[in-house]
Design a protein around this ligand. Structure first.
Ligand SMILES: [Zn+2]
Length: 701
């Protein structure tokens, strides 16, 4: 308790404004009017800031600037959410259009020289004088001015002109790259239906393939020995490279030839068109970085992140590699030994064999079938379990709000009530969450957490939503979830709690998830780890028919299967991160995309390279993350270090969960993330938690 009491108290925050959820539920016209109101409010705040004639002060300069950001942020995030979730196509279309308008307005503000000069003058006056501005305010100004400089606002007019044209070119090239990938669906034709052996029944049925029973087959053979079966089809079967068609082939098809053809088709998407588009994009980024005074794009893209520079990133990736190397060798050796016993002719293993043999290994050696645990995870129980877990960990309660305005039937709303001992706002509402958890016609297919309203201390409570696609309970079907679904649910809930608990800042620009971009996946990946705690999970994982908790041994096998292959998977992530770094750090003019890819596989993968693999032509992360694909890996390292601070056996008496809430989540973006890490761990993050996480599979055996 002592550790908790030492934290700064938070003052109470009444809700000054009514709820700010988009009223455009009725139609596109209302949506447009609502957005226009927020744009007008933002413009008026900026006009007020620029009209100031007195010396700059926090009140006359930073307050209106932040207010403008609050309006633009809210209009932008709600337009984005409505584009993903609104049941009416008309409103989704309007939301997409409006997102572009708001985006352009936000870009204009981020390039506004007069605003930059006003903020810079304020910064100078605060740092010269003995100002009363606190560290959060100074940090806000520092970050804001840095992002202005990184967009070239302080360069001469000719340079700014060039930067603008490069930015437009980068946007156009990025969109072209992504659209080509989206549209490039390859087809492969399967003349002999027996090549489809091993694939699930529903997959075969969808492709008009039927099973002919051999005379010696008993029903028990059906699943265990598919090689004894024959498959027939009226016509040649066509498969596409869309993930729902591709993934089962890579995981279950017993034919190595079919897997290889699918692998080659999938990893050729975007080629050849995207090869040149990517080279042009990388050249434009390089020129932009040079104009802004950086050696490479990778240095520019990491300078305002925790990572700091390309050199730090390279040494981070080296450390992860050496942490995973030994276990990866062991994992691959076990797999090879397994294949040698089963089918020596299948050696050496290539990249197109990886998923199939991993799946066989998991079933046979780890005795785990991911379908078998689904009856313990009906949706409603998982939801209740996660609310209970989050409540217990973070010191909050969730109160259902029956009459809240929502965008579609079935969206659940809860007020978040502070329930933390010693909290200054104990018993008060501190935010609101929306759970839009199941698929719906016209709804985005992704899983995400989205801010709806940024919290501002004393003015506005934070509101945020989950937009997910978990199985929908329906009549006698309780919506049974897969292991990976439950992990995703914990992950997204981690973001949601960060958004709400970090939503009590003086500045909207520091509210909720507004840390450096490469810290954002820490709270989400940290919460995922709690799904491996038997006491906690057995509290809600009960068979939907018998009510029996998930058996200990089934749980243990599930956790072990989840831990299987972590070292190899980590090295694969290091390989992608290295590719993302090197393509943005080496001179674009002499870059060899194919050579770099081959070198990456040769260094980080134990599987043999498949000729014709040109995955860079469809590696869309290079558009969005640019050089910073490392983010998930980097945050995994920190999340595991954080998780190792929790003593699961003593969770209910321990001060650690509240300390985590106070020191990591509640500051939002008001401090550098490095300070959050040091405050919670009492030291820098190391590789030790990652090392034991990777080796956990072998601990259990
Ligand atoms: Zn995430």
């Amino acid at each position: 308790m002592q550790a908790v009491d030492q934290q700064p108290r938070i003052t109470a925050s009444p809700v000054a404004d009514p709820l700010h959820i988009w009223p455009g539920l009725a139609g596109a016209a209302e949506a447009e009017a609502w957005v226009e109101d927020h744009l007008a409010a933002a413009r008026s705040a900026i006009a007020g800031l620029l009209a100031v004639t007195e010396p700059p002060s926090v009140e006359n300069t930073l307050v209106p600037y932040d207010r403008a950001r609050w309006h633009l942020g809210m209009a932008g995030s709600q337009s984005g959410v409505m584009f993903m979730v609104h049941p009416l196509a008309e409103v989704r279309d309007a939301a997409q259009r409006l997102s572009q308008v708001i985006g352009a307005e936000s870009v204009a503000l981020s390039l506004n020289r007069e605003v930059y000069q006003a903020l810079a003058a304020l910064h100078a006056s605060l740092t010269e004088g003995s100002s009363a501005a606190g560290p959060a305010t100074l940090y806000y100004l520092d970050r804001t001015l840095l992002s202005y400089r990184l967009s070239g606002v302080d360069k001469d007019e000719a340079t700014r002109q060039r930067i603008r044209s490069l930015a437009d070119r980068m946007t156009a090239l990025g969109m072209s790259f992504s659209r080509t990938v989206q549209d490039d669906v390859r087809k492969i034709t399967v003349a002999d239906p027996n090549e489809l052996l091993g694939l699930p029944e529903d997959y075969l049925a969808r492709h008009g393939v039927h099973r002919v029973q051999g005379s010696t087959s008993s029903p028990a053979d059906e699943s265990s020995d598919s090689l004894a079966q024959h498959l027939v089809a009226a016509a040649p079967v066509t498969l596409t490279t869309d993930p729902p068609e591709m993934t089962p082939v890579m995981s279950y098809a017993t034919s190595p030839q079919l897997r290889r053809r699918m692998y080659q088709a999938y990893n050729d998407r975007g080629y050849p068109a995207n090869r040149q588009v990517l080279l042009d994009l990388l050249a434009a980024r390089e020129e932009m970085a040079t104009l802004l005074g950086f050696r490479s794009w990778a240095d520019l893209a990491t300078v305002d992140q925790m990572m700091g520079s390309a050199a730090h990133l390279r040494s981070f990736l080296d450390q992860v590699e050496s942490t995973a190397r030994e276990t990866a060798q062991r994992e691959f050796a076990e797999l090879e030994e397994f294949v040698r016993e089963r089918d020596p002719g299948a050696l050496p293993l290539t990249l197109s064999d990886a998923r199939f043999w991993e799946e066989q290994f998991r079933r046979s050696r780890l005795d785990f079938d991911s379908q078998s645990v689904r009856p313990y995870f009906p949706y409603a129980q998982v939801e209740a379990g996660i609310l209970a877990t989050a409540g217990r960990l973070f010191g909050v309660k969730f109160a259902p709000v029956e009459d809240a305005v929502v965008w579609a039937p079935g969206v659940k709303v809860f007020d978040v009530i502070d329930d933390a001992p010693g909290s200054a706002v104990l018993g008060q509402t501190i935010g609101r969450i929306y759970l839009d958890m199941h698929p719906r016609e016209g709804k985005s297919k992704w899983f995400s957490e989205c801010s709806l309203v940024s919290g501002v201390l004393g003015r506005q409570l934070p509101e945020a939503s989950l937009v997910c696609n978990f199985p929908q309970p329906n009549g006698s079907d309780p919506g049974l979830m897969l292991y990976s679904d439950v992990v995703t649910c914990f992950h997204e809930f981690g973001h949601l709690m960060h958004e709400v608990l970090g939503g009590r800042q003086r500045w909207a620009g520091q509210s909720g998830i507004s840390t450096e971009g490469d810290f954002v996946e820490v709270p989400s990946q940290m919460l995922e780890e709690f799904f491996a705690d038997p006491e906690l999970v057995r509290g809600f994982a009960r068979h939907y028919q018998t009510g029996e908790p998930i058996p200990q041994d089934v749980f243990a096998r599930m956790v072990r299967a989840g831990a299987h292959g972590r070292a190899l998977a980590t090295l694969t992530q290091v390989m992608y991160a290295t590719y993302s770094l090197e393509t943005h750090d080496q001179p674009a003019a002499t870059l060899d995309l194919d050579g770099l890819l081959r070198a990456g596989y040769d260094r980080f993968s134990y599987y043999q390279f498949v000729e014709g693999n040109r995955m860079y032509a469809a590696f869309t992360h290079l558009v969005g993350y640019t050089s910073n694909y490392y983010t998930y890996l980097y945050d995994k390292v920190i999340a595991l270090e954080f998780f190792s601070e929790f003593d699961l056996k003593l969770l209910s008496e321990s001060p650690t969960p509240l300390r985590y809430r106070r020191e990591v989540l509640e500051p939002g973006g008001s401090k550098p993330a490095r300070e959050l890490v040091r405050a919670f761990l009492g030291r820098e993050a190391s590789m030790s938690a990652l090392k034991s996480w990777i080796a956990r599979e072998f601990d259990a055996s």
